[in-house]
Design a protein around this ligand. Sequence first.
Ligand SMILES: [Zn+2]
Length: 87
Amino acid sequence: MMKKIVMSAGVWVVNFVMNNMSDSFFKVESCDRCGQTPLTIRQMSWFTEETLCMDCTDKEKPIKKALRDKGITDAMEGCGYIPEIPA
Ligand SMILES: [Zn+2]
């Protein structure tokens, strides 16, 4: 269902960061994905709204790289789910 929603992901992410950076982003105390706590270094997921630890951020990197190799990274930014690594 979510995968069918088409949006201007880049603009959406900027708006999301602007709207949420001052509240939830810095209040999150554990990684949204793996639950690691305390969250000393935090980073927004490239794909979802989750606040991630460095481990989970690192796990997105090969996916991003694979997407970039296919030239579709920008289209997936803020898509709301973790994409499959394209074959
Ligand atoms: Zn994590």
